[in-house]
Ligand binder design. Sequence first.
Ligand code: MLT
Length: 302
Amino acid sequence: MKTIHCLNEISHLGTALLTEEYTLTNDIKEAQGVLLRSASMHEMELPEGLLAIARAGAGVNNIPLDACAAEGIVVFNTPGANANGVKELVIAGLLLSSRDITGGIEWCKANADDEDIAKSAEKAKKAFAGCEIKGKKLGVIGLGAIGAEVANACSSLGMEVYGYDPFLSVNSAWGLSRNIKHITSLDTIYKECDYITVHVPLFDTTKGMINKAAFDTMKDGIVILNFARDILVNEEDMKEALKSGKVKKYVTDFPNATSAHLEGAMVIPHLGASTEESEDNCAKMAVEEIMDYIDNGNIRNS
Ligand code: MLT
C-alpha cells in the first residue's frame, strides 16, 4: 500500500484521483508522499520513507528544498494551475487601486438609513472619483504562467504593458500577446511605468528587490501590486515611500506585521489562488505528479 499525507486541506477533487493502491494517512511518519498548500515544512523532521512532496501552488518557499535534495526527496509544484485565479485578483487589485470602490461601499453602508441616500450620494461621490487604467503603463516583472496571464489580460484592457523576465521560457514567450513590450532592463520598467506588478519566485536574488533604490528610480505616485511573496518588497522602505507619496498605493496579497499597518496599503489575506477552480486544478495536478513519480518514477514540474 502506498501512503499519502495531506499537510493542509487539499481539494477533494485531487485526493479523489488517488488510485486504490493509495491510502491517506494521518501520520506523516508513514507517508511516502506529502501534499500541502501553505503549511511550512521548515521546522519539521522529514519522514524516513518520504519519496515526494507536492505543493498545490506555484511557490515552494514553505518546503526545505536543500534538506529534501540531500535526502533525495523530489519536490513538485503546480505551475499555471492557479494562474487564472491569481490573474483575476491582480486585475481586481488594479481596479481597487484606481477607483475608490471600498470608500464608496463604506460610504453607502454608513449612510444606509438616509432616506434620501441617492441624492446624498450625488453630492458625496466627488470624493470617490478615481482614474482609468486604460492607456496607463503597466510593468509586469516576471513572465511565468501568472505574469504572462496578467500581461495579456491587462493589454486587452487597454493598458500599455511592459514585460520583464530574464528567464522567459519558450512556452511563456509563445503565449504572450504581441502588444507586450519585452523590456530587458528593470530600470526601464521602473522609470516608465505607472503601475508595477511583481510575479517572480522568491530567491535570495529577488528578496527585497522592490526597495528604496528601486523606488528612487520610479515615477512619483507609482502603484505597486504584490501577489507573489511579501518579502520581495522591502516593506520598511515601502512605509517611507507611501509616506512621501512616491508610492500612491501598495496592493499586497500578504498580510504580515508590517504590511497590515502600512498606511495607504490595501492588504488582502492571500486570496489569489483561493477559488474553487484554482484549488481543484492545483490539487489535481499535485496528486497526478506525486502518483506518476511514485508509480512510474516520472518527474514533471520539479
Ligand atoms: C502559490 O504559491 O501559488 C500560492 O501561494 C497558492 C496558495 O494560495 O496556496
